[in-house]
Design a protein around this ligand. Structure first.
Ligand code: PDD
Length: 286
């Protein structure tokens, strides 16, 4: 079955879909994105992602290309046309097409691209049961990582370097030695039963998974502190895990060849993964 994309008002085969070479997303990374997970054909955490999307657009002064209600219809239609049961949806909204000039074009319509693809949840569960290794890297990104822009080159390069070292995620460390976030995830550590994750600043993305996980942590009687920690704190922790719409809750078993705890996924991370998936499925109406 051919994959179908939504591109500026038209549903077409992904293999044939195209955007202009003067799209500012392509030339300047002048665009934002969102990623939803799909459970049983329905998008999870719809509002959380739409709220963050609207904020990202506001921060870049890009007009909403269509009302929220219409966007919802299109997102669901892309899922339906691709017959996705378990999977993910990618949305990108850019400032649009204009002759290359750093300044904002006048009267240009925002461009919208939506794609969807299946995810093998059994394979993901097997991966989570094993956990993944992480590699630390200096956080060389810009000062507005709270905006979910497509300008991801530092993340791409660091994740590629991690892969070359047998690691599945990067842990970014700022100039003060503090962990910011993962290459495409938020990071948490567990020490003496207390979970710590960096508080929200302009240096990290406010993950929707993070947003929804924090109340679940409290509901399950686990103490949580939103405070910074160093890379050494992470290495000395009993557990480390990361969260994102793609990996959900993923245990980290080693950082830079240093094993975390006994080198196996920790009990708190494993329990939170199950609890989070149940909640995400419920949010999707499954
Ligand atoms: N990334 N931090 C960064 C840098 C991210 O790229 C992501 C998600 C997150 C977690 O956000 P959320 O919980 O809303 O997925 C944190 C997406 C999944 C991606 O780039 O593919």
């Amino acid at each position: 079955m051919p994959r179908i994309a939504y591109v500026n008002g038209v549903y077409e085969r992904t293999s044939e879909a195209a955007v202009s070479i003067e799209d500012r997303g392509y030339q300047f990374a002048d665009a934002i994105y969102e990623v939803w997970s799909v459970f049983d054909g329905r998008l999870a955490d719809m509002d959380g992602h739409l709220n963050r999307m609207e904020r990202s657009l506001r921060e870049l002064a890009i007009e909403m290309p269509m009302p929220r209600s219409s966007l919802l219809v299109v997102l669901n239609e892309v899922v339906r046309r691709n017959r996705i049961r378990e999977g993910m949806v990618y949305l990108q909204i850019g400032r649009g097409v204009a002759p290359r000039d750093h300044l904002f074009p006048v009267d240009t319509r925002a461009s919208v691209v939506i794609t969807a693809r299946p995810v093998d949840r059994d394979a993901a569960a097997r991966k989570a049961a094993q956990g993944i290794r992480a590699m630390s890297a200096p956080d060389i990104r810009w000062g507005r990582c709270d905006i979910k822009t497509v300008g991801l080159l530092p993340n791409v390069l660091a994740k590629q370097a991690a892969k070359a070292r047998g690691a599945g995620e990067v842990i970014f460390v700022d100039s003060e030695g503090l962990v910011t976030e993962g290459g495409s995830t938020n990071v948490y550590i567990v020490k003496e039963g207390v979970i710590r994750t960096r508080s929200l600043t302009a240096n990290i993305l406010a993950g929707v998974t993070r947003l929804n996980l924090l109340p679940l942590i409290a509901e399950n009687g686990i103490e949580l502190r939103e405070e910074s920690f160093t890379l050494d704190d992470a290495k000395a922790a009993s557990e480390v895990f990361v969260t994102a719409a793609t990996s959900l809750v993923m245990p980290i078993t080693a950082i830079d060849d240093h094993e975390i705890g006994d080198g196996k996924p920790g009990p708190i991370a494993c329990a939170l993964r199950e609890i989070y998936i149940d909640r995400a499925r419920a949010s999707a109406g499954v």
